[in-house]
Design a protein around this ligand. Sequence first.
Ligand code: UD1
Ligand code: UDP
Length: 360
Amino acid sequence: MKPFLGVVLGTRPELIKCAPVILEAQRRGLPVGIIHTGQHYSSELDGVFFSELNLPEPVAHVHVGSHPASRQIGLMMQRLHDVFDELRPEIVMVEGDTNSVLAGALAAYKSNIPVAHLEAGLRSDDWDMPEESNRVLADRLSKWLFCPTDLQRQRLLKEGIDHDGVHVVGNTIVDASLHYTKVAYDKSDIAERLGVTNRPYALLTMHRPSNVDDPARLRAILSSIGDAARTLGLMVVFPVHPRTKAAMDAAHLSLGDPFILTEPVGYLDLLRLQSSADVVLTDSGGIQEEACILRVPCVTLRANTERPETLDAGSNALHFEAYPASLADTMRRMMAKARDWTNPFGDGTTAVKVLDILKR
Ligand code: UD1
Ligand code: UDP
């Protein structure tokens, strides 16, 4: 059957953030199909999310694998062209800012299929980030732009995108994280397995090229995290992204106490670890949002963020090595805060709103 909605996705955060829309479409009996680019393919970044989130198998999979960006985007576009030719979905939806998003949006646009962009309008203004160009270009190509908050709508207006396809709908990360955190408390025993049930700990995730690709910088960041954790009496639970693992191996970096290293974990385990953490240290976009939603203080290991709402809410602080305050001071300040901030990303009904609009 010709899908009403073809969801092009390729990486871990896209699976998590598209899941609420896919499951809601299925609930309504709307034909929806996942078109997988294969940007992520390891089971701990891909397969585990299909089973945990109960996602349907992809209707098409173009198995792109890992390549330098322009080659990866080019390959995805070529192969997506053939998939769109065959399936002709009425709408192609993409989510976020990865290479899969740019390839999906551009290939659909050039195949005359209207594009819906979930999580539109985010900007870091940091063009060294590979994601920034993907965000801007995907927004320009989209007919429907689903902004998490009014901040993105304002930003799009400034860029001259002011048509009636721009909607403020919240972020599906609220739908996903609130629902699956409840499930996680029933099903995940990761805290027991890692021995942190009764121990204070920080959850660390880090995978941005600006933090991990340069061995000296990676070593300096990990060393300052170790020092700060020892000062504050915290363990550091660190599910290591494959990009980071490769960089650590190449730099011959091995971490002992206070770090507890694991492979990347599934969504239930991550939510369980995150909601019980004393503080979150991350350069992940999605985790900055989740920490705000789950009321866990967050320190973002970057000089900028495309999620400034979390700074305004008070759930998140930026820390960059050139800052005058030490990492331990910033962590201490965040851990001392009352966890009473307001979540700016909506009430968990974003998927319903998105489908109401697309169906209309
Ligand atoms: C990508 C996205 C980033 C997103 C992140 C989510 C871009 C430009 N980057 O970054 O925005 O935050 O996904 O996690 O789209 N690898 C594996 N197994 C896999 C996939 C990758 O081992 O399943 C390894 C490969 O060595 C690869 C490296 O990780 O070269 C980086 O993968 P890639 O998809 O290029 O970028 P990410 O860092 O994952
Ligand atoms: N996540 C996960 N397991 C992990 C690390 C992250 O399930 O080991 C989840 C996390 O809860 C969040 C999403 O992956 O929902 C964030 O993805 P990532 O940090 O890879 O990408 P970003 O959000 O920075 O694009």
